[in-house]
Write a protein that binds this ligand. Structure first.
Ligand code: IPM
Ligand code: MN
Length: 366
């Protein structure tokens, strides 16, 4: 059966990196894999062309697709827009509309790229963690929210955090299930020492853990988790986090393993529909130069094949090809500076993609 993928390049380097994923899809199509794709607008480019960050037509196409691959949104030309009209709103709205409550952000170190980490090699070791971030609730979406003036005439800003039992349970379940396929260890992060919402989070996660006696659960204050992640990153396997803590900890995990240019993510709903995107942003400073690292997007495509299309063999093949490409030191500038051959000229975005495809061909032959 033919599967349908929606490609949303977005802004900045999003355009270039999604173009690389398209080449991988085209290569797989040339081998006879039944996939079709379409492109649509999101983010700043959608604002500039049709006046809104998430056009209805894009949302409709997403809803009838099997999966969505997104580049990145945002850029300086849209920075002065009012809050509700910014490109980021496109991303926030598509997450909410597609009910993508579970955000998986794996962060794993590659042996040949240990020098790219800000952490000493002996501490970094074979760090390999998965952050499971709640994505459609908490502080990001809580009501009321406003910038206002109170009765004394004093201006204030207001956001709210609340989590329902259902919201906590369903994302925690994803964390426990994921842990079963890994080292069977979940660290759940909260601020239960200060926040009611966190005490409730802890209570529900503890209750759910009873259904997973084979998985160990530890609760950790989010601030301590940030410190432990830097001190002993290898301690972590699956890290469960509410929306805001997950946002912070996933950037931290990116710095620990070295390059944000390598980190993929998957945002999933209750069914198999998912949105896949690199963890990095639109990097306007390097956009259009052909030097952006395409690997985070290519690895996001691999996650798409695994989680939304149930084509695990293709996912494995893409991931292995990426690993080989890294081992061959066919790297863009962000990573080449840390490789064994620092003085080598970095490869372009396209050249790295080409190498991944060549490595995929080899894996078919063997
Ligand atoms: C992320 C980003 C987004 C977030 C922004 C762009 C809205 O930082 O995906 O981590 O805060 O969720
Ligand atoms: Mn973030």
């Amino acid at each position: 059966m033919t599967k349908k993928i929606l490609l949303l390049p977005g802004d900045g380097i999003g355009v270039e990196v999604v173009e690389q994923a398209r080449k991988i899809i085209d290569f797989l199509r040339s081998e006879g894999t039944g996939i079709e794709y379409e492109m649509a607008l999101i983010g700043g480019s959608a604002i500039s062309q049709v006046g809104e960050a998430l056009p209805q037509s894009t949302l409709q196409l997403a809803k009838v697709s099997d999966a969505v691959l997104l580049g990145a949104v945002g850029g300086p030309q849209w920075d002065s827009l009012p809050h509700e009209q910014r490109p980021e709103r496109g991303l926030m709205n598509i997450r909410k509309e597609l009910r993508l409550f579970a955000n998986l952000r794996p962060a794993k170190s590659y042996p040949s790229l240990q020098a790219a980490s800000s952490i000493k090699a002996e501490i970094l070791g074979g760090t390999d963690m998965l952050i499971v971030r709640e994505l459609t609730g908490g502080l990001y979406y809580g009501e009321p929210r406003t910038i206002g003036v109170n009765q004394q005439g004093i201006r204030y800003g207001l956001n709210t955090t609340s989590y329902t039992e259902v919201e906590i349970r369903r994302v925690a379940q994803v964390a426990f299930e994921s842990a079963r396929n890994r080292k069977k260890k979940v660290v759940s992060t909260d601020k239960a020492n200060v926040l009611e919402v966190s005490r409730f989070w802890r209570e529900i996660v503890t209750d759910l853990a009873k259904q997973y006696p084979d998985v160990s659960l530890e609760h950790m204050y989010a601030d301590n988790a940030a410190m432990q992640m830097v001190r002993q990153p290898q301690y972590f396997d699956v890290v469960l986090a509410p929306n805001v803590f997950g946002d912070l900890l996933s950037d931290l995990a990116a710095a620990i393993v070295g390059s944000i240019g390598l980190l993929p993510s998957a945002s999933l709903n209750e069914k198999s529909l998912g949105l896949y995107e690199p963890v990095h942003g639109s990097a306007p400073d390097i956009a259009g130069k052909g030097i952006a690292n395409p690997l985070a997007t290519i690895l996001s495509l691999a996650m798409l094949f695994r989680h939304s299309l149930s084509l695990d063999a293709i996912a494995d093949r893409i991931e292995q090809a990426v690993e080989r490409t890294i081992a061959q030191e066919i790297l863009t500038a962000d990573l080449m500076m840390y490789s064994q051959h620092k003085s080598r000229r970095p490869f372009t975005t396209e050249a790295v993609t080409y190498a991944v495809i060549e490595n995929m061909k080899d894996s078919k032959r063997t």
